[in-house]
Design a protein around this ligand. Sequence first.
Ligand SMILES: CNC(=O)Nc1cc(-c2cccc(-n3cnc4cc(C(C)(C)C)ccc4c3=O)c2C)cn(C)c1=O
Length: 285
Amino acid sequence: PAALTGYAPATLGFSQDKWEISSTELTLMKPLGSGQFGVVRLGKFQGRMLVAVKTMREGSMCEDDFIQEAKTMTKLQHPNLVQLYGVCFKERPIQIVTEYMCNGNLSSYLRTKGRELAEDRSPLIDMCHQVCCGMEYLERNKFIHRDLAARNCLVGEHNIVKVSDFGLSRYVLDDEYTSSTGSKFPIKWASPEVLEFSRFSSKSDIWAFGILMWEVFTLGKTPYPNLNTTDVVRQVTHGKHLDRPQRCPHAVYRIMKQTWEKDPMRRPSFKELQVQIEDIQEKDY
Ligand SMILES: CNC(=O)Nc1cc(-c2cccc(-n3cnc4cc(C(C)(C)C)ccc4c3=O)c2C)cn(C)c1=O
């Protein structure tokens, strides 16, 4: 059956609209770590399919709003998106069940495995291309991620990269995260219009994608190293950009710079970025 070949069927094999999962169908296993909503565990669905299970920490999420949206989110299906399989919401705390990615988040993966990846440049540009493909699908579906960063992408076998937790920031109840002046707000990935007016759009996702490209070509460095929040906000609003990472080809840096246009409408779309990245892959790699 498909599950044994490692191919993750989009809807775990049940009918399209069965996005409600009963907790009796889940076996929880080892913890994978904890995120904004609490502990995430490895699990098994119906005793055979490996999944990841987020158990919502009390008060961390606006659960009713999320449950409304979950049905739509299960319909977002793409090879470069971490598939949302369904939600257990008959008991509290609710549990979110997604596809499992064996190599963890892209930021840690770059920091630990980056050396090998950088031996040849193609894996790095290929990872950017995969994220771009997942984001182009979201853009096409008028779906905004709102917190695109290497830490919110996950890695599977054979350097497969998928975008994770898209749109979930809308349900975070922690003001430290949601307020642009909060200690957990992702300032270094935020575009000028997000910093000034909290104006999120696919064009602010494009800005964040440029920062993610910089993360990839620095093998997981934190952007604006040794700058504090105030300095980052000043630099970004005054049009000062991240420098070209030493292992980043000029052609790739030219793409990054397009994503950091102050005027959102002058930034490319993910569709246009996809073509530009594919052109580089054909020529240089
Ligand atoms: C070794 N393999 C693995 O560890 N694989 C996996 C690890 C995680 C994992 C583990 C712990 C924490 C988080 N995490 C991290 N950041 C988050 C950020 C948000 C927002 C709203 C702030 C964007 C929401 C949820 C999370 C969240 O659950 C994840 C994704 C999820 N999945 C599907 C895996 O395959």
